[in-house]
Write a protein of this length. Structure first.
Length: 260
C-alpha cells in the first residue's frame, strides 16, 4: 500500500457526518415554501428521508424538489412499500400522496435493466402528466426513463418510444392495455403495479381492463392502491387480487384540517 493511499484511508471515516453535509450543501435546493401547511402534512412522527435508507441519488432529487421531511402519508407508506408488500392507502390529495408511491418505486428500479419495472395507472391524461413529472423530477439523478401514454395521442409514437428502455410507464388503463395486448409494452418482468385514484380506476367500466392488465404482470407483483375514497368495488378487488395488503387510512375528516 502506498503512503498516499494509506493517508487517504486514514482520513476517511465511514458515515462521516461532515461528508453527508457536504453533498447536501452542493444541492440546488429551492427556497423554502412559506405557505401555511395543514396537519395533514405537518403531523408527522419526526422521520427524515435518510431514515428510509434510500439511494443518495434519489435523496438528491427529493431535496432538490423542495421536500424537507416526509409527510404523514409518506412516513406510513415508504418503509412498507420498500419491502415489496401490497398497500391499500387512503389519503387526500395535496398531502404528498404521489411522492409516497413514487419514492419507493424509484428506489426499486434497476437502471441497468432495459425492462419496464413499474406501471402507474391513473384515470386522466392530466394526472398522468403530473405523475410522470414527479417521477422525472425525483429520479433525475438515477438514470431512469419514464414514459407517459394516454388515449387521445398517437399510438405509433408510443410504439416507437417503447423500442427504447422504459423503466416506469405512467398511463391510462385503455391505452396501456392496447400496448400490452399488441406485445409492445412488455410487463412480464414488471414487479410494481400502482393505481392512483383507485376508486375511479375500479369503476365498472374500468375494472375488466385493470384485471386484464394485471394478467400481464408476474404473479409475485406488488400492488399499491391509493385513493381518497374506497367504495365496495375496491374491497372486492383487494380480496381478489391483493396479498395481505398493509392498510393505511389518514382520512379522519372529509376536508383538509387547519386551512387558513
Amino acid at each position: 500500500m502506498t503512503d498516499a493511499l494509506a493517508s487517504q484511508l486514514n482520513n476517511t471515516t465511514l458515515g462521516d457526518a461532515s461528508s453527508d453535509a457536504k453533498w447536501k450543501e452542493q444541492l440546488n435546493v429551492p427556497a423554502k415554501d412559506a405557505r401555511p401547511q395543514t396537519e395533514d402534512v405537518t403531523a408527522t412522527k419526526g422521520l427524515e428521508f435518510e431514515d428510509f435508507y434510500i439511494k443518495r441519488e434519489l435523496m438528491m432529487g427529493i431535496f432538490e424538489a423542495g421536500f424537507e421531511k416526509p409527510s404523514p402519508i409518506q412516513e406510513e407508506t415508504i418503509p412498507v412499500a420498500l419491502t415489496g408488500r401490497d398497500i391499500l392507502a387512503r389519503a387526500k390529495n395535496g398531502t404528498g400522496k404521489t411522492a409516497a408511491f413514487v419514492i419507493p418505486t424509484l428506489e426499486r428500479i434497476n437502471p441497468k435493466s432495459t425492462k419496464t419495472q413499474a406501471l402507474i395507472l391513473v384515470p386522466t391524461r392530466e394526472l398522468a402528466l403530473q405523475t410522470s413529472h414527479v417521477c422525472k423530477t425525483l429520479g433525475k439523478h438515477l438514470g431512469i426513463n419514464v414514459m407517459v401514454t394516454t388515449g387521445g395521442t398517437g399510438l405509433m409514437d408510443d410504439i416507437i418510444r417503447l423500442n427504447d428502455a422504459v423503466h416506469i410507464l405512467v398511463g391510462t388503463p385503455g391505452r396501456v392495455l392496447d400496448l400490452a395486448s399488441k406485445g409492445v409494452a412488455d410487463l412480464s418482468e414488471c414487479p410494481t403495479f400502482v393505481m392512483d385514484e383507485a376508486d375511479k380506476l375500479l369503476s365498472p367500466e374500468f375494472t375488466p381492463v385493470i384485471e386484464q392488465l394485471l394478467s400481464f404482470h408476474p404473479k409475485d407483483r406488488q400492488v399499491m392502491l391509493f385513493s381518497a375514497t374506497f367504495p365496495l368495488i375496491v374491497k372486492s378487488f383487494k380480496d381478489k387480487h391483493m396479498r395481505n395488503p398493509y392498510e393505511i387510512n389518514l382520512m379522519d375528516e372529509l376536508t383538509l384540517r387547519g386551512i387558513t
